[in-house]
Design a protein around this ligand. Structure first.
Ligand code: CP
Ligand code: NVA
Length: 314
């Protein structure tokens, strides 16, 4: 498998085999790190980390993943560079592409990360936009593999803001990998039909079933119940409206009981606002798996950088 030189802008860009390859590589890098073994596949590589929005997990994962492999990460925050204020995305991309070997971008518009890739000429990784959060899905899948075994045939139910970056990326990832995906959300927060149609094509090929519903019965049979904040970064002004709309969709013990399964796991990309999208009780019960998921951000992001930029045998 050779992903060298590729950008990671959305999971749509990768085949199921390529996604599996990155997960296998992440598992391997994780096992090595647990033995105290790090690599040097990014030796001599400089990586720009552009953050228009704040981050704990993604920033730290790119930083540590890069350093563990011998590379140099450079954090470029919203106020640190001319980007978006004095200089166009295209020109910033052309400058950074001449100095750096890879660029991570977290921000608002998906168009920005796509322009960065187009004009920089180096691999660009999407660390979250309003539309997608693709690297998070690799961590979620690695965690599912560790706790539940093979992905194919499992059922994942996303409950909450069904049109946010997490819901979109989970739908793409699940439909590609043969994981049945249910989006459980009030109708006004359903995903765009064009994305659902695209994912239904992936699902036909992988044997997964996609369901979009506002009926809480949709949680039945879930192997994974997943939620995310009700107001994503940049949507803080919508808080009151979202709370009113999403209250019935809180992940609590009653909702989990409706899975009818004993071994369902709960996942959350974090950060969590306990008492809203998930109760403190449910969060605490599944804290081990949720923090495995958070740790796996680092192993999977490292795998993405190694696969697309690393000096390894492909
Ligand atoms: N899950 C996630 O992306 O977390 P951060 O916002 O802390 O990076
Ligand atoms: N939907 C959330 C995800 C955070 C990792 C947000 O965009 O704020």
């Amino acid at each position: 498998m050779n992903l060298y030189g590729r950008s990671f802008l959305t999971l749509k860009d990768f085949t199921p085999e390529e996604i599996s390859y990155m997960l296998d590589l992440a598992a391997d890098l994780k096992a090595k790190k647990k033995q105290g073994i790090t690599g040097n596949s990014l030796k001599g590589k400089n990586i720009a980390l552009i953050f228009e929005k704040p981050s704990t997990r993604t920033r730290c994962s790119f930083t540590i993943g890069c350093i563990d492999e011998g590379g140099h990460p450079e954090y470029l925050g919203r106020e640190d560079i001319q980007f978006g204020h004095k200089e166009s995305v295209e020109d910033t991309a052309r400058v950074l592409g001449r100095m750096f070997d890879g660029i991570e971008f977290r921000g608002f518009s998906q168009e920005t990360v796509e322009k960065l890739a187009k004009y920089s000429g180096v691999p660009v990784w999407n660390g979250l936009t309003d539309t997608y959060h693709p690297t998070q899905i690799l961590a979620d899948f690695l965690t599912m593999r560790e706790h539940l075994g093979e992905l194919k045939g499992k059922k994942l139910v996303f409950v909450g803001d069904g049109r946010n970056n997490m819901a979109n990326s989970l739908m793409i990832g699940c439909s590609k990998m043969g994981v049945h995906f249910t989006n459980l959300a009030p109708k006004s927060l359903w995903p765009e039909q064009s994305l659902v149609d695209t994912c239904k094509e992936y699902a036909d090929a992988s044997g997964s079933v996609i369901t979009i519903t506002d009926d809480l019965a949709g949680v039945e049979g879930a192997d994974v119940v997943y939620t995310d904040v009700w107001c994503s970064m940049g949507e803080e002004d919508k808080a009151a409206e979202r709370v009113a709309l999403l209250r019935p969709y809180q992940v609590n013990s009653e909702l989990l009981a409706r899975t009818g399964k004993e071994n369902t796991i709960f996942l959350h990309c974090l950060p969590a606002v306990k008492g809203y999208e998930v109760t403190e009780e449910v969060f605490n019960k599944y804290a081990d798996v949720v923090f495995d998921e958070a740790e796996n951000r680092m192993h999977t992001i490292k795998a993405v950088m190694v696969a697309t930029l690393g000096n390894i045998e492909h």
